[in-house]
Design a protein around this ligand. Structure first.
Ligand code: SF4
Length: 261
């Protein structure tokens, strides 16, 4: 008896990126300073030189936030250094206000938005998908770090769905149990696009440590706390891969596996 292939969650469309908070601070504040200095220069003739210097500094600080598409990709390393400095320096304040996670996610969403724009017309061909080991059910002994296909697809965690999606899409993917291994993998492979799933803290660290690599990030859900039986949306990952990545040409010839009962 044959059973039909298991269906994966429908990818749908990529969710909207909520980056307003980060953009208000990163672009809005320097522009506000520049506008204030401009007004001051009009009325305070004696200090006009200094005020104009402040106008230029404010405009220069905001300018990189206007890069889009190819210009964004070309300048990404320096953009990420400045944006990383901004997000990390205001992190303690966000923590005090109880908005730390929202602040970091807003930063991630801003760069997701820019990466989506950059790959909207010319999709990426060399892609690496990185996931953390904590998505594996904590009581499972399957050696998925050695080979993803050691997963039995028992349905206890998201790894089974991920394995099916990765095999069907022929994704170049790694599950790693240490951040430094993930960074090393990304540096060695030098992908055109990195798609990374992790907790917000690690996403921030990864974006800052690999500033030159265009990265689309997906945050983990932590229903059992940090690093244990974590979860993420396979539909979101599939939507990102469909929107940003050029499928391999031979994909159309691959037939879905039908299990014999
Ligand atoms: S789906 Fe089942 S076999 Fe696969 S990693 Fe999760 S718990 Fe282990």
């Amino acid at each position: 008896m044959k059973t039909s292939p298991r269906t994966l969650p429908d990818p749908g469309t990529l969710p909207a990126e909520r980056y307003g908070a980060f953009l208000v601070v990163r672009r809005g504040l320097p522009l506000l300073v520049a506008a204030g200095a401009w007004l001051a220069a009009l009325f305070h003739v004696a200090g006009r030189g200094w005020w104009m210097l402040l106008v230029v500094a404010g405009a220069a600080a905001a300018w990189p936030t206007f890069y889009r598409g190819a210009a964004y990709l070309r300048n990404r390393a320096s953009i990420m250094r400045w944006d990383g400095l901004c997000v990390r320096s205001l992190r303690p304040l966000a923590k005090r206000l109880g908005r730390e996670e929202a602040w970091i996610l807003s930063f991630c969403a801003w760069h997701n938005h820019r990466v989506r724009e950059a790959f909207a017309t010319r999709k990426a061909r060399r892609v690496l998908v990185l996931l953390p080991h904590c998505i594996q059910w904590s009581r499972c002994a399957a050696a998925i770090l050695d080979d993803l296909q050691h997963c039995y697809d028992c349905g206890k965690c998201v790894v089974g769905d991920f394995m099916l999606a990765a095999l069907a899409g022929r994704w170049n993917s790694r599950i790693t149990n240490r951040s430094h291994k993930a960074y090393r993998e990304a540096r060695e492979q030098r992908p055109e696009l990195l798609v990374a799933v992790s907790c917000t803290d690690r996403l921030l660290k990864g974006l800052v440590k690999l500033p030159e690599t265009p990265t689309y990030v997906i945050p983990l859900a932590l229903p059992h706390g940090m690093c244990v039986d974590t979860d993420f949306s396979i539909a979101h990952l599939r939507a990102a891969m469909e929107a940003l990545v050029q499928p391999p040409p031979e994909l159309s010839r691959i037939q879905p596996l039908v299990r014999e009962a």
